[in-house]
Design a binder for this molecule. Structure first.
Ligand code: TYD
Length: 204
């Protein structure tokens, strides 16, 4: 059986990824292909515990970065690689690009340190496609405040923080245009869904 595809979804908080991942999952499943829907931080029982720490507890950016990679290593070894090997498609809400965007862009961790951690834990393993939902942080903030609750530790960051995160994402996309698929998150959900269908249907 052919190896499955690994697709990740990225963007600042409030960009509307969830609706589109749902729609793409339905599209792939309608072609009778197994889909493993997952997320970071999280994706394994241990990873979900680490997620609780990351989203709730105050910590230094360095500890945060290490915890994201600890959770990610478990995720890749226990869930993602086995799923791809049996031919499933893996759809992950965030992956390593988020660490470059949030911890390097947002919090000022060195990109070289993140690269070293990535090389040590993942050994060159990368998504086949990364869908980047690009959105103005002002619009994203409006969307977040219309949701219930006060948000997690990251969602409470400043607009300047999200501007840096967005720029770091765009920089990642510019360096690796073959892997990234850009989505304008201000388009309507229907328009975005049609764009993704057009992109992925030929693969099914
Ligand atoms: P997410 O699941 O998208 O949040 P929610 O379900 O509340 O929309 O991601 C959780 C937060 O973790 C998000 O604000 C981005 C952040 N994050 C990082 O800072 N670095 C990372 O490597 C990852 C994967 C996520």
């Amino acid at each position: 059986m052919a190896r499955g595809r690994f697709i990740t979804f990225e963007g600042i908080d409030g960009a509307g990824k969830t609706t589109q991942i749902d729609a793409l999952q339905r599209l792939i499943e309608s072609a009778r292909i197994e889909v493993v829907r997952t997320r970071e931080p999280g994706g394994t029982p241990l990873g979900e515990k680490i997620r609780g720490l990351l989203l709730g507890d105050e910590m230094t950016p360095r500890t945060e970065t290490l915890l994201f990679f600890a959770a990610r290593y478990e995720h890749v070894e226990q869930v993602i690689r086995p799923a791809l090997a049996r031919g499933a498609w893996v759809l992950s809400d965030r992956f390593t690009d988020a660490t470059y965007a949030y911890q390097t862009g947002g919090k000022g961790m060195s990109g070289a340190d993140v690269e070293a951690l990535e090389a040590w834990t993942l050994d060159g393993f990368q998504p086949d496609v990364t869908v980047l939902f690009d959105l103005d942080p002002v619009v994203a903030a409006q969307r977040r405040t219309s949701r219930a609750g006060e948000g997690d530790r990251f969602e409470r960051e400043s607009q300047a923080f999200f501007t840096r995160v967005r720029e770091a994402y765009l920089d990642r996309a510019q360096r690796d245009p073959k892997r990234f698929l850009m989505v304008n998150a201000e388009d309507t959900p229907d328009v975005i869904q049609a764009q993704l269908e057009k992109e992925f249907k030929p693969w099914l």
